[in-house]
Design a protein around this ligand. Sequence first.
Ligand code: ADP
Length: 636
Amino acid sequence: MTMMQCPTTSLRAVPPALTVKPRLLRHLTLILLLILCMLGVGYLGYHLSEKSGIRQLRDNGERQLELHARAVESEINRYTYLPSLLELESSVSHLLLHPTPYRRNLVNDYLEGLNRRSGARATFLLDTEGRVLATSNWREADSFLGEDLAFRAYFQDAVQGRPGRFYGIGSTTGEAGYYLAHGLRYQGRIIGVAVVKVKLEALQERWEKARLQAFVSDENGIIILSSDPALRMKAVRPLSADDKERLARSLQYYWWALNEWEPRSRESLGEGLEAISFASHGPDGQDQDDIAYLAQTRPLAGTPWHFTLLSPLADLRREAIIQGMLAAVGLALLAFLLIAWNERRKVIATRLAAREALLAANNELERKIAERTADLRASNHRLLEEIRERKQTEENLRKAQDGLVQAGKLAVIGQMSTSIAHELNQPLAALRTLSGNTVRFLARGALDTASTNLAAINELVDRMGRITASLRAFARRSDDHGQARLGKAVDAALFLLSTRLERTALTLHRDFADVLLAIDQTRLEQILVNLIANALDAMSGQDDCQLWLAGRVDGSTYRLQVRDNGPGIDPANREHLFEPFFTTKPGEHGLGLGLTLSASLATAAGGSLAAHHPEGGGTAFELCLPLLENPGSPAP
Ligand code: ADP
């Protein structure tokens, strides 16, 4: 039966070396892609968050800008009307028209009082030449009195009838201030200029207190007011060399070095909106991270100035960075979830495929098993059929064999009957002679001789009885369950053949034990008769006739060899010896059943009969029969 093989090849894993490399490459590409996506999404998140933050900051800033710009405007406008008020004061026009020390003192006092009440830094009066005629600070050491301020732009504007507005650093005090000038008219003619100097530093303090980062830049782009002192007197836009020269000469900013402010970066985000970053300096003066601001600028009404509000972008940027990171992490999480889901899906698919493969293999196996079972059933059926046929044949054969045995027996009986008739005739003739003699001896009164004759008659009758008994037994068909004494059987056989033996000069060699064998006595005698008769037949033409009857124990059997020194058997005939009706004897002499029957009887008793052809010539038949008991004494 062939072994059933599982389809192992289909389930065998692909060698790892072939799969690892592309998979690793794919994983690396995936990781790289993921990192790129994370960076992209992170940046996008950052950018969007920053944008929206800036929008929010701008909206908030716009409100603040408006509020504080208006505060600056109102602070400036508070004094706008003040110089023009002096036109109403007659002592002022008198002094301008006809200056006298008395009038000057009068106006000085007036201006001092006015200045105190208005809260301005200084209030003073210039003639059309630009010389200070009277001032509120006439008592102080750094009084403007007598100073020539004709070079000041606010004077030049005011003397021509335009409102003079000017922010500058006082040439006497070196103090920054906002100058508001007004041309004073008398009968339509400008006779002098009234100037009010206002200090705007209070605004800066207010911004500082409100933690507001703001500055005001003037028409030249110079920061004149700033919550951060570092920014003051810095130019918000680049100044050309000419500009610098011009401004230096005007002494507007006194002797301040006018530097441009140097933001690290500057990005315009729209009208009046910029993102600016400065290098910040730590306490030890070392450069630290940049500080970024959103700068919102609007013009201040009534002045050529601009108000700028700075809103720090650091918080917003930090928030944008966090948002960007969150977006990236979110994406990574999503990607991992997707990958996990995909892996799970793959695992499930693999499992399903494996299960399907298993199912298919199982089905295939079952199909094969069914096929094989069907084959087996068919061959089983065939075998049964064959067994039945064999049994039938065996039965037929057995019947034929039985018939043959029976026929053989009958034939032997037929054959034997002639010799038996002959055998019986001899004792009968002897009986007749003996009985005749006995009658005569009795008549003579020779009783001893008569009784001897009667004993001989008895002997002869016994012998005849034995002959008929063996005939009867021979004809009987039955299994052999008898027992036989070998010595007795040999004697009986020799007795049956005694007539022939008497005619032959035979030397008999007896070398066997008187064992008890598991065979019917008569059957054993018959076998021996056959074997000895054959030997006698074979040796019939020769002078020296030798017959050996040699026996030996072989385990639980006894082997008796009947050997003669006859001519032996022609090799061509050897294989036919035990075939029924095989004979080499001419005419009525042979039936060819002797060996067949003998072998059949031996086999029926559980023994065997075989022919040997000794080197030294002659023939030996070995009769093997089961022993019933161990050999006792040697045969007589
Ligand atoms: P039959 O004696 O009637 O021929 P058997 O079956 O007894 O039949 O013997 C068959 C033949 O075997 C004999 O014809 C003879 O040729 C041969 N045979 C048997 N025994 C001997 C023997 N001892 N020596 C030589 N030939 C033998």
